[in-house]
Design a protein around this ligand. Structure first.
Ligand code: SAM
Ligand code: SF4
Length: 361
């Protein structure tokens, strides 16, 4: 098989990546098989849960792709109470998820910073520091990142969204709040502050080329990222990008491209954590399972209280918005077992890549 040689290479060039991203049929299955073998060897066939808490859909930004952008007036805006966040965190702890993610629309200012700091301290106290906490709260000052780390967070997810600055400009308003250089700078600050750093991209965006996706993979490698969450772009009718929906790849193709990205990245960065994301499940009820078989090893069961789930719609047909935490957990357990993996209950599942870098290996 002509592409077998490339899959076995130690270092992929951009040309290699372009070929890998275009694989089909048997060649593509070989890519997935190789990624699964690398996953088994370097991180094990084990999937870690991160209970997702969607803290607030208030956002000060206006990203052209996102349903909860501040100009979208169609959603009622909510912020969970401290009690609701703590209840969700304790649910995760009781069910031995070992990790949670607190995610939100981007908000800055003392009130928000203090609220997150207070919650981090309270959750750490109530769970005896047994939960590892990931934050996904957008661009913040260095001081804020430091305060949150000291209050009990360990990991931070900030997707670069696209690594091509020209494309980034097309997907965001041209003002000072949506600068590629700022977002990239924040990733470096997070690394310097001491977080395990995650980033990611959307796949199948309007104007995005296969070359851009190859560059995204190179970006992850060059940044030496610890965790990646990436998935298909899914259009939302109340956003400016909806105008370009006719230019998009069919949804199944966007999912397939996302699975290829996961598989190639697993081969390139063997010991990082890679998420099987919700957007994959939106397109195919077996989407997350397919991602696990392509090399992903993290899942994020949504623990947001049911009454708010319908208000945190980044894109159309987000799955599981009618499911409570028990149902969500049961569905994910099924996904994992169907993929032939086991669940890392009670284990933090911190990225081995981070541990190795810090041990200077
Ligand atoms: N506000 C924070 C931020 O932007 O980093 C965190 C929350 S934001 C809702 C989380 C991620 O949702 C974004 O990084 C983006 O990649 C993803 N997202 C937003 N709109 C999307 C869409 N239409 N399709 C797929 N993913 C989307
Ligand atoms: Fe706000 Fe994040 Fe959505 Fe951008 S992607 S509009 S920052 S929630």
């Amino acid at each position: 098989m002509q592409n077998a040689g490339i899959i076995e290479k130690e270092h992929f060039t951009k040309e290699d990546l372009l070929i890998l991203l275009s694989l089909q049929g048997e060649d593509l299955q070989m890519l997935y098989d190789k990624a699964l073998a690398v996953k088994a060897q370097y991180v094990g066939r084990k999937v870690y849960f991160r209970g997702l808490i969607e803290y607030s859909n208030l956002c000060s930004k206006n990203c052209y792709y996102c349903g909860i952008r501040c100009r979208n007036k169609k959603y009622a805006r909510y912020t969970l109470t401290d009690e609701e966040v703590i209840e969700a965190a304790l649910y995760a702890h009781r069910n031995r998820f070992a990790s949670i993610v607190i995610q939100s629309g981007e908000q800055t200012g003392n009130k928000f910073t203090d609220a997150i700091e207070r919650l981090l301290k309270e959750i750490s106290r109530l769970t005896n520091k047994e939960l590892h906490i990931t934050l996904s709260l957008g661009e913040q000052s260095e001081e804020t990142y430091r305060r949150w780390l000291e209050a009990g967070a360990q990991r931070y997810l900030l997707r670069i969204e696209v690594s091509n600055p020209g494309l980034y400009k097309k997907l965001h308003p041209g003002d000072n709040h949506h600068l590629y250089s700022e977002r990239l700078g924040k990733l470096h600050i997070l690394r310097k502050t001491g977080y395990m750093v995650g980033t990611g991209v959307m796949i199948g965006l309007p104007f995005q080329t296969t070359g851009d996706l190859a560059d995204d993979l190179v970006f992850f490698r060059d940044f030496d990222v610890d965790m990646v969450g990436m998935g298909p772009y899914i259009e939302h009718e109340d956003t400016p990008l909806y105008e370009y929906r006719d230019q998009l790849l069919p949804l199944e193709d966007r999912l397939e491209l996302s699975l290829k990205m996961v598989a190639i990245l697993r081969i390139m960065m063997k010991d990082i954590n890679i998420a099987a994301t919700t957007a994959m499940q939106t397109i195919d009820p077996h989407g997350r399972e397919r991602a696990l078989l392509a090399g992903a090893n993290v899942m994020m069961p949504n623990l947001t209280p049911l009454k708010y789930k319908q208000e945190y719609l980044l894109y159309k047909n987000k799955p599981g918005t009618q499911d409570d935490a028990e149902k969500t957990k049961a569905v994910m357990e099924q996904n994992i077992l169907a993929a032939g993996d086991e669940i890392g209950y009670g284990e933090w599942g911190d990225p081995r890549h981070f541990k190795k870098r810090n041990a200077g290996m």
